[in-house]
Design a protein around this ligand. Structure first.
Ligand SMILES: [Zn+2]
Length: 128
């Protein structure tokens, strides 16, 4: 297991970057209608553990319940983070934007976002 450390991530063109303080002990794959096309692998983060540079380059995309906020770079189209519907006060950071890690070595969790209501209920039951 990796210790908590600071990771640097970038969109493809580099206009958007971030620093993430995290213990990267998992990545989460979601099969909702958006994530399955974006191909992101997510890790949760609080406001205080994510510092974003290049915010003016971001475009916002929302759909369905309009709860989640999906941000991508307006220049290269890469999708580095979202405010997830599961907890919109937090961030979901796309770990694929962090070049310096071996993603295949990280444990993969799956979130059944295609059946969001049931999956969210199950996750809450697990935590409580
Ligand atoms: Zn970019």
């Amino acid at each position: 297991m990796s210790a908590r450390q600071t990771y640097r991530g970038f969109c493809h063109c580099g206009r958007v970057s971030f620093e993430l303080d995290a213990k990267l002990d998992y990545v989460m794959e979601c099969n909702c209608s958006l994530c399955r096309k974006v191909g992101a692998l997510w890790h949760g983060a609080s406001d205080s553990s994510l510092r974003i540079t290049g915010e003016s380059e971001l475009t916002l995309y929302q759909f369905n319940t309009m709860t989640a906020k999906h941000y991508s770079c307006r220049n290269c189209g890469v999708h580095p983070f979202s405010r997830p519907r599961l907890d919109p006060k937090r961030w979901a950071v796309n770990v694929r934007c962090i070049d310096a890690i071996d993603i295949s070595a990280l444990p993969l969790k799956r979130f059944d976002g295609a059946n969001w209501e049931e999956a969210a209920k199950a996750l809450h039951a697990q935590r409580n």
